[in-house]
Ligand binder design. Sequence first.
Ligand SMILES: Cc1ncc(C[n+]2csc(CCOP(=O)(O)OP(=O)(O)O)c2C)c(N)n1
Ligand SMILES: [Mg+2]
Length: 377
Amino acid sequence: MTVMEQRGAYRPTPPPAWQPRTDPAPLLPDAEPYRVLGTEAAAQADPELLRRLYAQLVRGRRYNVQATALTKQGRLAVYPSSTGQEACEVAAALVLQERDWLFPSYRDTLAVVARGVDPVEALTLLRGDWHTGYDPHEHRVAPLCTPLATQLPHAVGLAHAARLKGDDVVALALVGDGGTSEGDFHEALNFAAVWQAPVVFLVQNNGFAISVPLAKQTAAPSLAHKAVGYGMPGRLVDGNDAAAVHEVLADAVRRAREGGGPTLVEAVTYRIDAHTNADDATRYRADAEVETWREHDPIELLEREMNARGLLDEDTRRTVREAAEEMAADLRARMNQDAVLDPMDLFSHVYAEPTPQLREQQALLRAELEAEQEGAH
Ligand SMILES: Cc1ncc(C[n+]2csc(CCOP(=O)(O)OP(=O)(O)O)c2C)c(N)n1
Ligand SMILES: [Mg+2]
């Protein structure tokens, strides 16, 4: 049923954001990114959560390495690695309830897999085989979005619709620092704040939009400050501190669920690998900068904390490593099988009713394929 058909039920009450705001102070982000690991706050972190985060971080890094290797073997067309950003990916997946929705960008395969999507299906699009590759409804994960920031208005629309229907659903949308310069970012945040939609925006500020550094992307004091202009809180967090990202996102998700409206979270992190396997990052950034960030590695930060609290013995470490290796071996084996594809699928799902041009192209391709078949006999 469309919204128009259920017009009787479509009676949104004016949301609280329609009250004029006078004090921007509560919306402002902290001056420094929030940290948990290595601080006094770490003592409060739940050991079980730290163990889950750790297992997923290790698995995620192994996934990035394996997927990158598959591009070199010609098994994967392109892979935007999130090595260095695993804490954001994993925290975003673990913070949601089953009924919530995740809206990823092309760099967020790890979040998608950590939410339960099959590791091979999550690569279908990047392999160039088929549309999304997985059923978005199965795990409530929207398609990996290649056009920058378009996933944000989708997330707001879904969250707003869920709220109108009375469904207890929060949408979490991921976007990069470069994506914050898109019109879709503005439209999504403005709409979400005015309507107090239950949505959380997580900006992974990894320092670059391909070769464009953050300093050329924005003149704002931080990306989190952008929240204030829309009338929602902005939070700044260390994006390599899995416990901190999880805590900040958990607060934002809770707030959204309780009707408090959207939050913009900026996670300060770094893209250790090149933009994709097709990019040469040495052309626009110095190795020394990469090395500095390697010393602030999300897995090592968590390991250090867990060691200090006696939460990581050699057995646990081995079990986690072995599980990651098993996942990688399975990914390798299945990605090495040739996909069986029907070239005519190119025309499926383009429009509900194919246009005359599409029909014409479809007929042309069919004729060519038939001629090829005949030639083969
Ligand atoms: C609308 C749109 N414009 C341009 C591009 C080309 N493009 C692909 S990735 C990228 C950089 C995005 O950087 P950022 O948002 O920081 O994300 P990151 O790749 O760092 O995760 C650009 C410009 C695109 N995919 N979509
Ligand atoms: Mg970026």
